[in-house]
Design a protein around this ligand. Structure first.
Ligand code: SF4
Length: 332
């Protein structure tokens, strides 16, 4: 059993890379590779196998599983994907937790519907985004001729702490000046005559043929996952999707997501009011981790899902009505 490589390491111990995190779901499991920022789907039995072989001598494992076809496949898979390594040490330190208190931003992730109302009050809007310390910003415009408006919004945010900007607007000729804004990482161009994707200079342009009606729906899909050490760390301590995340509608109302019927404040209020009232109200549910929410508590995406479902009180704690069913691993 095992590759030549494993046969040559018989006297060593099997270790699992600490940057690869095993998460068991109800129907299937996953390995989050937080160094490569990728996810690998695996059967639940593979997790049990890893738990069994981790820290054991290679020769013991080879002896116990000798002639076991599935164990051989699992071992080859773990080796090929570089999830395990062999060492003369039987264990290595686990990933050390990072403090989430070091981040001084009031809000980190913001989606904004840039309406005429927000544009007319651009200075106040930009000042508040700056003072909130927003790092990732999505700007949505629905004007067929919005390049001038967009460039003015982008210039107003020049001195903010925003490090990553994504955009969505209707199909039109994109001004070359937009590409000068190096913080822009992706653009969704809707109502496009044809579907295509262009990846140029670290910026992805996705042309989609549909309109914007479904762009902000609260529905889980596989693009909504964040695999990184920071995301994992937040997910272990907070609700990753809602933590320091807001949606700002065309009237400036601050909400959790586009379908939220409540407003917790307005982005055009003075900053002290936003900080004292809106952020305080929003933060009340940041602590409700996915482990306390049904069915997220059995979902393999519970430490990487960024879909902003608002948990509601239920008999056993909290629940969300998700379009992904972790009991069957199917989408509704
Ligand atoms: S069940 Fe929960 S963790 Fe899983 S995809 Fe849905 S919202 Fe995300």
């Amino acid at each position: 059993m095992g590759s030549i490589y494993i046969q040559n390491n018989k006297d060593k111990y099997i270790n699992f890379f600490s940057c690869c995190i095993l998460v068991k779901g109800f129907e299937r499991s996953v390995i989050y590779d937080i160094q490569r920022e990728t996810i690998e789907f695996i059967p639940n039995t593979l997790i049990d196998f890893v738990e069994d072989i981790r820290g054991r001598k290679v020769s013991d494992v080879l002896e116990e599983y000798n002639g076991h076809k599935v164990a051989k496949e699992y071992l080859n898979f773990l080796e090929k994907k570089e999830f395990i390594f062999y060492s003369s040490h039987s264990s290595f330190p686990e990933l050390s937790p990072i403090s989430t208190n070091e981040d001084t931003s009031e809000i980190l992730f913001t989606t904004v519907i840039v309406s005429q109302h927000i544009y007319d009050n651009l200075e106040t809007f930009a000042q508040n985004i700056q003072q909130l310390g927003v790092k990732r910003l999505h700007l949505h415009l629905d004007n067929d001729n919005c390049m001038e408006e967009l460039l003015n919004v982008l210039s107003s945010l020049e001195y903010s702490r925003v490090t990553n900007i994504s955009l969505s607007f209707p199909y039109q000729k994109i001004s070359k000046k937009v590409y000068d804004h190096k913080r822009i990482t992706s653009i969704t161009i809707y109502n496009s005559p044809r579907k295509r994707s262009v990846n140029e200079n670290d910026m992805i342009r996705n042309y989609i043929t549909v309109n914007d009606s479904k762009l902000f729906l609260t529905r889980f899909n596989l693009f909504d996952i964040a695999i990184s050490i920071n995301a994992y760390n937040v997910a272990k301590n907070y609700n990753l999707a809602l933590f320091k995340t807001i949606f700002i509608d065309g009237n400036g109302n601050i909400k959790y997501n586009s379908s939220d019927k409540n407003s917790y404040g307005n982005i055009l209020d003075d900053f002290k009011t936003i900080k004292k009232d809106a952020v305080k109200k929003l933060s009340k549910i940041w602590n409700i981790k996915r482990e306390e929410i049904e069915p997220c508590n059995v979902c393999e995406f519970r430490y990487c899902c960024t879909t902003t479902f608002i948990p509601e009180k239920s008999k056993n704690g909290y629940a969300v009505n998700c379009n992904y069913n972790p009991y069957t691993a199917e989408f509704n």
